[in-house]
Design a protein around this ligand. Structure first.
Ligand code: ADP
Length: 445
């Protein structure tokens, strides 16, 4: 870079709009180039268009402006009063420049325009957030030096590239706790001046979501494979005529039915959770009487409790526990908490249910207490996660590890309520959920 250009751009300039007179031809090129760019991908192409429009700084205002000004909606200069018209035109150009600068400064991606040596001509605010304060100083190589070397190589290649040629680089920024980024370098030409736009997009959220998805798929596949392997092995034994004893055949068939039911429950829960998380499932709100709902669910579980000599009862029924909710979904939550209490409490244990009003939180609170196995403290934060089961509990009862996550989704995502647990190993657990007495725009009754 030569000395005079350095002087022009100055040290403190973060956008070269202010540093140089802006050419009419450049401003007018923006909308057309941007339209062409929109056929490419997102921000980066828009910026290529911007860059293309921004070069050619020395173009004369009035001489080249007339026809293009009209096309761009900027008043064209007339022969009658060239000076007055020129100032109107200049003002209109300034407004356009300010608008485009505002757009660039408010983008979530870092955007830079550099020359073939990597010296910055423009850098927006996010560029200095990502690459350091000095990255925004025009006329320096601070920005390019804060980026991986592949970016400099791509920038050096712009002289030989055609306008609009682009390169995509996936890498990590070393100075930003290894922020994963996608960098697009695009070539911009103006006569002999070869420039490059660099767009840096932070893709940490996308990468984390991808990791969560693969984790979910890995866990789901593992959970599905266990019953499937059992079913396949059993079916093969039947097919090969290996199970001949009639009593054994019945036992085998029953086990197969049991595993099929577990598989079905697993898939249904996975589908329910994904429908809620994707926003497809909607609660059908109606006034729900929680005392009646709890009595109904306790009655449904009474036979199993009796079979296992357990005391199952409703120990508290507060008045006025009516809140807007989806009756079937509330029943699903309640039955899940009750069946967990039964599963993880040894025979002869006690389970009691309370229905209360929390006047401060303006909510109905339902609690299910048991004197069963309890949950170790380290497991509590993960208990409502997908596929989580307390170690050792798989030997006590069959399960999917999805029931509590589904309850969490139903209570918190669909009803704006809260769900939680207090527990102590060997003493027991209290699982509770709270549903607001009023939903936005809905009264309890
Ligand atoms: P599932 O019971 O089908 O495995 P859940 O999501 O309902 O799945 O529960 C997750 C885990 O939380 C269970 O596997 C168990 O380890 C633990 N858990 C749930 N309820 C209780 C309870 N009442 N007492 C002790 N542990 C429980």
């Amino acid at each position: 870079m030569n000395a005079s250009r350095r002087q022009e751009t100055g040290d403190s300039v973060t956008g070269f709009w202010h540093a140089r007179p802006f050419p009419l031809v450049a401003i007018l090129a923006i909308p057309a180039a941007a339209a062409a760019g929109s056929l490419l991908d997102g921000t980066a192409s828009w910026i290529v268009a911007f860059g293309a429009a921004a070069i050619g700084v020395t173009a004369a205002l009035a001489s080249t402006g007339r026809a293009q000004a009209g096309a761009a909606g900027i008043p064209a200069p007339t022969a009658a009063a060239p000076n007055a018209n020129e100032s109107v035109l200049r003002r209109a150009i300034e407004v356009r420049c300010a608008e485009r600068t505002a757009i660039l400064e408010n983008l979530a991606d870092a955007v830079m325009l550099v020359d073939g040596h990597g010296e910055t001509r423009f850098a927006n605010r996010i560029a200095s957030d990502m690459l350091g304060e000095s990255a925004a100083i025009a006329g320096t190589r601070a920005a390019i030096e804060a980026l991986p070397t592949q970016v400099l190589r791509a920038v050096q290649g712009v002289a030989a590239a055609r306008a609009g040629d682009r390169r995509r680089i996936e890498c990590e920024l070393q100075n930003k706790d290894k922020m994963p980024v996608v960098i697009t370098v695009a070539s911009v030409k103006n006569g002999d001046d070869a420039l490059a736009t660099i767009v840096v997009r932070n893709v940490r959220a996308e990468r984390e979501a991808d990791l969560m998805k693969s984790d979910f798929v890995a866990k789901a596949s593992h959970e599905l494979r266990t019953p499937l392997t059992f079913l396949r092995a059993s079916a093969e034994m039947f097919a090969d005529g290996e199970v001949t004893d009639p009593t054994e055949r019945v036992k085998f068939a029953k086990d197969m039915l049991g595993e099929t039911a577990r598989l079905e429950a697993l898939v249904n829960k996975m589908l329910d959770i994904s429908r809620i998380e994707s926003g497809l499932a909607r609660a059908k709100f109606e006034p729900v009487n929680f005392v009646a709902l709890v009595d109904e669910c306790v009655n449904l579980q009474q036979a199993e409790a009796l079979r296992r000599r357990m005391a199952l009862s409703v120990s508290r029924r507060s008045a006025g526990t009516i809140a807007p909710a989806d009756h079937d979904l509330m029943k699903q939550v309640m039955l899940n908490l009750l069946s967990n209490a039964l599963k993880y409490t040894p025979d002869g244990g006690t389970i009691s249910v309370e229905v209360d009003i929390d006047n401060l939180a303006r909510s109905v609170v339902v609690s299910v207490r048991d004197n069963g196995l309890g949950v170790p403290e380290h497991a509590l934060p993960q208990l409502f996660g997908k596929f989580y089961r307390v170690e050792g509990h798989e030997k006590v009862a069959k399960g999917t590890g999805l029931g509590l996550n589904l309850c969490l989704n139903i209570v918190e995502a669909m009803h704006g309520g809260q769900i939680g647990v207090d527990s102590q190993v060997g003493v027991g657990s209290r699982f509770w959920f709270a549903i607001p007495l009023e939903q936005a725009g809905r009264k309890a009754a």
